[in-house]
Design a protein around this ligand. Structure first.
Ligand code: ADP
Ligand code: MG
Length: 330
């Protein structure tokens, strides 16, 4: 049974950056305004995510890491209209099957916090009272300690730290009222990647540099003429002066960071048709749809979404992108 759980967990948490994504999403779900990440050995030795969110209640600690424990779904029908990013109660549980998880948390109005540690889906001891400031800190140590092959591949492959910084940068662009930071554990203050911004353009400038921010066009679209499909989109796309070999697409659908390769390809097509000499694009896009039109449950890591009315959305986005590119090129 524990082998089965471990294999399933390895699917949800394929590499350190995906553990970070789950932890940061939980912090955002908890209403945090500050999320700080520290990692050791690219996340294999340690991932630590600290937030200033609403914390976890004492009585929830014993069951926190049991599979399918979530405070975000009360009934099955909720799955049809998921508003928060987490919903299956699988992430934390999974981490306890492939690493050692320690949670320190304090809820509002409490004089002290609690600390609990977890393995294989269960809490190891009674939670211990401890000092805590505000919010939650989750530490995941020795990720994949029991999956030797996975550990070896990750140790030899490219640095997950870069991927983690990139991930937090994407969150920072969208969540402009949250400050994010990332550092290698034990590194000096000067090595901290700190991203606190006030406006979206400001955050793009901080994360991707002036040369990117200078070459962006604002885009907007909505489709509320029919009663069935409501859709709002805002974003920034690069103009013909932007230079890059690869497309950067930062896509949020209903405030979740996701991937939609069909939409990405559709936009790339518009670029090569409209600005044949331009480079691959930079795209930040935030799309809001009725929750029941978004299926994030297709993939265990929730990365690739499937959308109802995808064709309609693609067409609309393509036409807005095309007209903006033509305007800017005149
Ligand atoms: P999900 O996010 O799908 O509910 P998780 O396994 O990611 O499942 O988290 C389980 C539960 O733990 C969440 O529903 C939430 O109640 C609680 N939790 C996890 N991380 C935090 C956090 N940083 N702050 C407050 N609550 C948290
Ligand atoms: Mg979650």
């Amino acid at each position: 049974d524990s082998v089965v759980n471990r294999i399933a967990a390895g699917e949800v948490i394929q590499r350190p950056v995906l553990a970070v994504k789950e932890l940061v999403e939980n912090s955002l779900d908890a209403g945090s305004t500050s999320v700080n990440v520290a990692v050791k050995d690219s996340g294999l030795k340690l991932i630590q995510v600290s937030d200033d969110g609403h914390g976890i209640r004492y009585e929830d600690l014993p069951i926190l890491c049991e599979r399918h424990t979530t405070s975000k779904l009360s009934k099955y029908e909720d799955l049809q209209s998921i508003k928060s990013m987490g919903f299956r109660g699988e992430a934390l549980a999974s981490m306890t099957y492939v690493g050692h998880v320690m949670v320190t948390t304090i809820t509002k109005g409490q004089l002290h916090g609690y600390r609990a540690s977890y393995r294989d889906g269960v809490m190891e001891n009674e939670p211990k009272a401890c000092a805590a400031v505000k919010g939650t800190q989750i530490m995941v140590e020795n990720l994949f300690y029991n999956m030797i092959a996975r550990r070896k591949t990750l140790q030899n492959s490219s640095d997950d730290y870069t991927k983690i910084v990139d991930l937090l940068s994407r969150f920072a662009i969208h969540h402009t009222s949250v400050s994010f930071s990332c550092r290698k554990y034990g590194a000096s203050r000067s090595d901290v990647h700190s991203i606190a911004t006030t406006s979206r353009m400001d955050s793009i400038r901080t994360v991707y540099g002036v040369s990117v921010a200078r070459n962006l066009i604002k885009i907007e679209a909505s489709d509320n003429d029919s009663s069935t499909s409501l859709f709002e989109m805002v974003g920034f796309i690069s103009n013909s002066n932007y230079v890059a070999k690869k497309t950067t697409m930062v896509l949020f659908i209903n405030d979740r960071l996701v991937e939609c390769s069909a939409l990405k390809r559709a936009i790339e097509i518009v670029y090569s048709a409209t600005l044949p000499k331009a480079s691959k694009p930079f795209i930040y896009m935030s799309i809001v749809l009725p929750p029941e039109h978004v299926d994030v449950n297709v993939h265990p890591t929730k990365r690739e979404v499937s959308l109802l009315n995808l064709e309609v959305i693609i067409e609309k986005v393509q036409s807005v992108v095309e007209s903006k590119l033509r305007d800017s090129d005149e």
